[in-house]
Design a protein around this ligand. Structure first.
Ligand code: UD1
Length: 344
């Protein structure tokens, strides 16, 4: 049987759902999803169907359940590869609930790798994060930048996650890629899907859009005395559709056997470092909305400044970003307005 199905874990989540859409738009692959919707909405698959015309099956399974995870693979013998997004992902929350983060993120990874190994599913893409670089001495960071101490349990789960994958695939036929995202933001161009945390958002852009519509009364800028050009933190914001596209290229790269190592790592960023205050200004300019914000204390676990050198992904995967900051803000705003219309 020709294997042509991609299993996306966390398919109801933000990056997972956008990746499913790009797979359906741009490739011949079929897709299935596994998501227990802990921090995402079960209606995501309906939104994906509305956009692509394809009904994707989601298994409502907790990936830490090894047996249930294996069953999905047994039912779907044509899985070509796994893109593993499912994880807890809030930096601040992870500082408060480290045990939960380690248990959930590590056990789910082990469970999915176990299922891949047992079922000869040999292409594995891991959702990693620039947060594992910690506070770095030199910017921009590339894949050879030494990792300093991680600033949060969330970041540490990504660091250990990469090491677990590298160790485990050493003794089987799996090839893997870790994609270290910088800060994914924005929404699909249709405005019909976007970042939709069912709990209170902690990431900057959903906080911005929810503040603009009044769900959040006031945005707090976390820290105004960092050693940066305006005192607020610097990040490399990247459009979620560009991130999605990189996953497809990475999977194709493994499928075509173009990798030189069993485990490879790529940074995914734009290369531009932008401050929190600059993001706020870009949003205000593009949307014409005035944001209610105040300068506040630093958030535990935050690094001061980080942005990417993504030259390796460009060279090997043939990938680079196409969408700029203004479009990131405009698309996030379009999506927030869709949510508002749905309420009324
Ligand atoms: C972190 C990780 C990133 C990961 C993401 C997952 C780092 C460097 N990056 O992103 O790899 O994918 O978590 O959630 O650790 N901010 C405010 N006010 C707010 C919310 C955020 O000022 O209400 C600021 C933060 O202090 C930060 C920036 O906005 O400087 C971005 O924050 P956020 O969107 O939460 O992402 P990171 O924590 O940078």
């Amino acid at each position: 049987m020709e294997k042509n199905t991609i299993l996306v874990t966390g398919g109801c989540g933000y990056i997972g759902s956008h990746t499913i859409i790009e797979i359906l738009r741009n490739t011949e692959f079929k897709v299935i999803s596994v998501d227990n919707c802990l921090n995402s909405s079960p209606d995501t698959m309906e939104r994906i169907e509305k956009i692509t015309g394809v009904k994707v099956k989601n298994y409502n399974v907790d990936l830490t359940d090894k047996k249930a995870t294996l069953k999905i693979f047994e039912e779907n013998q044509d899985i070509l590869g796994v893109i593993h997004f499912a994880a807890l992902k809030a930096v601040g929350e992870s500082v408060q609930k480290p045990m939960w983060y380690y248990e959930n993120n590590m056990n789910s990874l082990l469970s999915i790798l176990n299922a891949c190994q047992r079922n000869e599913v040999n292409n594995f893409i891991f959702s990693s994060s620039c947060s594992l670089y910690g506070n770095v001495a030199q910017l921009p960071v590339d894949e050879n930048t030494p990792l300093s101490k991680t600033e949060s349990p969330y970041a540490h789960t990504k660091k250990i996650g990469e090491e677990i994958i590298e160790n485990i695939i050493h003794v089987n036929n799996i090839n893997a890629i870790a994609l270290r995202y910088f800060n994914p933001v924005g929404a699909d161009k249709t405005g019909l899907i976007g970042e939709n945390p069912i709990n209170k958002p902690s990431n900057l852009v959903p906080v911005i859009t929810q503040t603009a519509v009044g769900i959040i009364p006031k945005l707090t800028v976390f820290g105004d005395d960092y050693n940066t050009r305006d005192g607020s933190c610097i990040r490399d914001y990247i459009h979620v559709t560009d991130i999605a596209d990189a996953h497809i290229k990475a999977l194709q790269y493994l499928k075509d056997g173009k990798n030189t190592d069993k485990f490879e790592i790529f940074n995914l960023g734009t290369g531009d470092g932008v401050t929190v205050l600059e993001v706020i200004k870009a949003f205000e300019k593009v949307t014409g909305q005035k944001l209610n914000y105040e300068l506040g204390p630093k958030r535990p676990g935050d690094v001061e400044a980080i942005y990417s050198n993504s030259g390796k992904a460009e060279k090997h995967l043939g990938w680079k970003t196409k969408i700029g900051l203004d479009e990131m803000m405009a698309s996030a705003w379009k999506w927030q307005q869709t949510l508002e219309k749905e309420k009324s």
